[in-house]
Design a protein around this ligand. Structure first.
Ligand code: NDP
Ligand code: MG
Length: 412
């Protein structure tokens, strides 16, 4: 298992400003993480140069950003929007592209640093393309690790790429892990806000609407991850993400509900010291850490005022009302393919829920039913390549779609 090295050598601590501006590419520049990254770039114009930017369909914002930063390439995933992109950037000297090939081209262009912030398993191939040319990859797109974590981390290590965790909990662990050595770690702890339904009854959660689920108490994020936070599938994905990033077995990755989202992650060492990373809930903090790594730049988040907050509270997750963690651990224990299935079925379930075709409680049921059906029919071997993982992903999506009507009926 390849893992993020826990400590930096002195050679890696060279000042980033000593050389030319760091060139950066943002995959998913128009999204929530993309916008936070752009905000940081605006504050540090001399330190960074933009190589490539991508979006799925938001051509208007993509064009605006590409012009503002003088990007060398802009790519839109939705091929139907190609002409619009091409026309809007005509005469600027900015190269354009469309479709999956353009996402991969953006990743392959020679930026020092790539933010992988597309959402879903669609982000796997572009992120892998950046890894395979040995880039520094700020990885927000956790689904790509859950879909094909073994392949991704192996290829990144082989190519000498450096994977930096953007996800706030994993970024916290990355920082806290520099206080000791890997073999001295007893366990790592991911915190979870508990989402909007933390105090709701099981019956109320079962019937929650998309509007209710999209109202996250602490974080403003894209729609998919906001629903994942409400089901706690996000924390399930994050257990698997932590396993692939740091190499810890599932029984050494704990989850702690912490409604204020101030403590993001904790590492317990053999001597029982627990090192935690804290900060206001603002993704610009972990992104800034990755952007400047191994140095630090000024972050725009609110300074943490613990006296004003008064108290921080913690509780154990409730497996009855939130079955997502159990399903994630089951997928992790079973090995590669079921992790891919877990992610794929969840993507189908979230889309169906947002589309009012599935009850909120049906999301976990559909994921569980798809995992069971896949294990019965296709086994659980670990995909050896990205294409194998994507083939499993494709099969699992079809199975989830086929199971959807019966799960949806049971729920109503
Ligand atoms: P958003 O939905 O806000 O943004 C997603 C971005 O990816 C947009 O630029 C979107 O383009 C683009 N995109 C979406 N689907 C595709 C596709 N099929 N092909 C190409 N581009 C695509 O998501 P977030 O920024 O919230 O999340 C991005 C990733 O980061 C997710 O994996 C999420 O789990 C992870 N993450 C997010 C956090 C957050 O605070 N938001 C925290 C931790 C992790 P367009 O705008 O044109 O649709
Ligand atoms: Mg997170």
């Amino acid at each position: 298992m390849s893992a993020v090295p826990l400590r930096l050598s002195d050679a890696e601590r060279r000042p980033m400003a000593a050389t030319a501006p760091r060139s950066v590419t943002i995959l998913g520049a128009t999204g929530s993480i993309g916008s936070s990254t752009i905000d940081l770039l605006r504050r540090e114009r001399d330190r960074f140069r933009v190589e490539a930017l991508t979006a799925h369909g938001n051509v208007q914002l993509l064009v605006q950003l590409a012009r503002e930063f003088g990007a060398r390439f802009a790519g839109v995933a939705d091929e139907a929007r190609y002409a619009e992109l091409k026309d809007a950037l005509a005469g600027t000297g900015i190269a354009v592209g469309a479709g999956e090939a353009a996402m991969i081209e953006a990743a392959e262009r020679p930026a020092d640093w790539v933010m992988a912030a597309m959402s879903g398993a669609a982000g796997l191939k572009p992120a892998l393309a950046a890894a395979e040319r040995g880039a520094v990859i700020a990885l927000a797109n956790k689904e790509c690790l859950v879909c094909a974590g073994d392949v991704f981390m192996r290829r990144a290590a082989q190519a000498g790429a450096r994977v930096l965790p953007v996800d706030s909990e994993h970024n916290a662990l990355f920082q806290a892990l520099s206080a000791g050595r890997g073999e001295e770690v007893v366990r790592v702890i991911l915190t979870a806000s508990g989402g909007p339904f933390r105090t709701w009854t099981r019956e109320a959660i079962e019937r929650a609407t998309p509007e209710e689920a999209l109202r996250h108490p602490n974080w403003t994020m894209g729609r998919k991850i906001t629903i994942d936070s409400a089901t706690m599938m996000n924390k399930g994905l994050e257990i698997i993400e932590a396993h692939h990033l740091f190499g810890f077995a599932g029984d050494r990755i704990d989850v702690l509900v912490h409604p204020q989202s101030i403590v993001h992650g904790l590492v317990e060492y053999a001597d029982r010291s627990v090192i935690a990373q804290m900060g206001s809930p603002d993704m610009r903090t972990p992104i800034a850490h990755c952007l400047a790594w191994p140095e630090r730049i000024a972050g725009p988040a609110a300074s943490l005022d613990l006296a004003r907050l008064g108290q921080l509270t913690f509780e154990a997750p409730d497996p009855e009302r939130f079955p997502a963690l159990r399903l994630a651990r089951q997928a992790l224990d079973a090995g590669g393919a079921l992790q891919t299935v877990f992610n794929a079925a969840n993507e189908i379930a979230v889309a169906a829920f947002l589309d009012h075709r599935l009850a909120f409680g049906g999301i976990a049921r559909l994921v569980e039913a798809t995992m069971a059906a896949f294990a019965r029919q296709a086994g659980t071997g670990t995909p050896a390549t990205a294409d194998e993982a994507l083939a499993v992903d494709h099969t699992a999506r079809k199975m989830a779609a086929a199971l959807l009507p019966q799960i949806a009926v049971k729920a109503s």
